[in-house]
Design a protein around this ligand. Structure first.
Ligand SMILES: Nc1ncnc2c1ncn2[C@@H]1O[C@H](COP(=O)(O)OP(=O)(O)OP(=O)(O)O)[C@@H](O)[C@H]1O
Ligand SMILES: [Mg+2]
Length: 375
């Protein structure tokens, strides 16, 4: 039996969104097709499968009730698991977050004294700095269910549908003592393009404001955006706490390398420090990505992570995505580049550089001299 790609995609989408009605409908069509193609056994087996009751994704069965976009049938809000990976923050950001968590934990006491404020925090910063991860950590710390609404998926191509989506998203939340995470908030501002009717942006912004104001005090709202300057000032004001997530500083980078690359083995602390000194421009997501790539290599080759290769990838990362060089011996060119990098930014004595590159100290000396002459 041939199944065309669009049907397959529809089937997968329905399966992943636990949309059993669509799964059954497509399954029924396929069973009929099997019968027509003179395969009654297979048709019967498929029909038997389709009669089974679908298992709800969560025992509570809430999945069925998630508000969805009328056109795409995608859920507007989803409950996500608390993250299991650790979060590394610069001191300044973690200080603000600590304060926010303390307020959140003592909200009833604060409101009795009349000094509570809305529990809203806006996270802003470049991609891959840990905004989404931090939102999950806040939910975990407060032991609250974590509801994620990605504003870009709430925006519908159908006129008028976006505001309706936003309303049903907010209507869904007040029933739970939850953390509501509004991710990718700048998607709203993107409505300012010419595809949309002029009044739509205004309407959508208003609906978001009404939604935020309608939430009871026990709902914690976290917003995230890469472009805070695109955010409507009235939305900006609804979040009493604002935390900028910056690129990780050197101490945080060292902790990240130690964790993601060396799985917190203390013996590797000096390597992690060296990597931190040399990876000034990298985000948390990039450090994690490169670390995992290097660990995959090291497992396959049954060798410890190849530090020179990682350093070369960091060096190349300044003009794009960090990529490990293919598993080969270092070329003289690469050794030279590394020697220069380690002397200039790594602050490493030449004997250690020689050891790392597997050459003599004299050789390192020569590399550095040749580099200079070549300039
Ligand atoms: N500060 C950090 N501490 C630990 N891990 C981090 C950190 N920043 C990024 N990561 C890693 O990178 C991944 C991606 O980060 P995350 O999705 O939280 O970034 P983001 O700021 O939300 O990015 P975007 O703006 O693209 O949505 C995380 O799941 C985590 O594994
Ligand atoms: Mg994110």
């Amino acid at each position: 039996m041939n199944v065309d790609a669009p049907t397959l995609f529809k089937l997968f989408e329905a399966a992943i969104s636990a949309d059993y009605t669509t799964v059954r409908r497509i399954g029924g069509q396929l069973a009929r097709k099997l019968a027509e193609e003179k395969d009654p056994e297979a048709a019967k087996a498929l029909q038997a499968l389709l009669r089974k009751r679908g298992v709800p994704l969560q025992a509570s069965g809430y999945v069925e009730a998630l508000p969805r976009d009328a056109g795409s049938r995608l859920p507007l809000v989803e409950e996500e698991q608390w993250p299991t990976t650790p979060l590394f923050l610069n001191e300044e950001s973690s200080h603000t977050i600590e304060q926010f968590l303390e307020d959140a934990a003592n909200i009833s006491m604060l409101s009795e004294e009349g000094v509570s404020s809305r529990l809203g925090v806006l996270l802003y910063g470049a991609p891959g700095t840990g905004k989404s991860l931090l939102a999950g950590h806040i939910a975990a710390k407060l032991a609250r269910p974590f509801y994620v609404a990605r504003l870009d998926s709430v925006i519908s191509s159908r006129l008028g549908e976006t505001s309706k989506n936003i309303r049903s998203m907010f209507d869904f939340i007040p029933t739970k003592e939850a953390v509501l995470f509004l991710d990718e908030m700048d998607a709203i501002a993107k409505l300012r393009d010419d595809r949309h009717e002029l009044g739509e942006l205004k309407r959508v912004v208003n609906t978001v404001l009404q939604g935020l104001d309608s939430l009871t005090d026990d709902v914690i709202v976290i917003g995230a955006t890469n472009h805070p300057h695109l955010l409507d000032p009235a939305i900006w004001r609804r979040f009493p706490y604002k935390v900028e997530l910056r690129a990780p500083d050197e101490d945080v980078r060292a902790a990240m390398w130690l964790h993601f690359l060396y799985q917190d083995r203390d013996a590797e602390a000096s390597h992690a420090r060296l990597l931190a000194r040399l990876s000034a421009a990298m985000s948390g997501a990039e450090i994690e990505g490169l670390s995992l790539a290097a660990r995959r290599r090291s497992i396959i080759n049954k060798q410890p992570p190849n530090l020179p290769h990682i350093l070369l990838a960091i060096d190349a990362a300044s003009d794009g995505v960090p990529r490990l060089p293919a598993g080969h011996e270092l070329s003289p060119e690469e050794r030279k580049r590394l020697a220069r990098m380690l002397v200039d930014k790594g602050d490493l004595p030449q004997t250690e550089i020689a050891q790392m590159l597997g050459v003599s100290r004299q050789m390192v000396h020569r590399y550095l001299r040749e580099e200079k002459d070549g300039e």
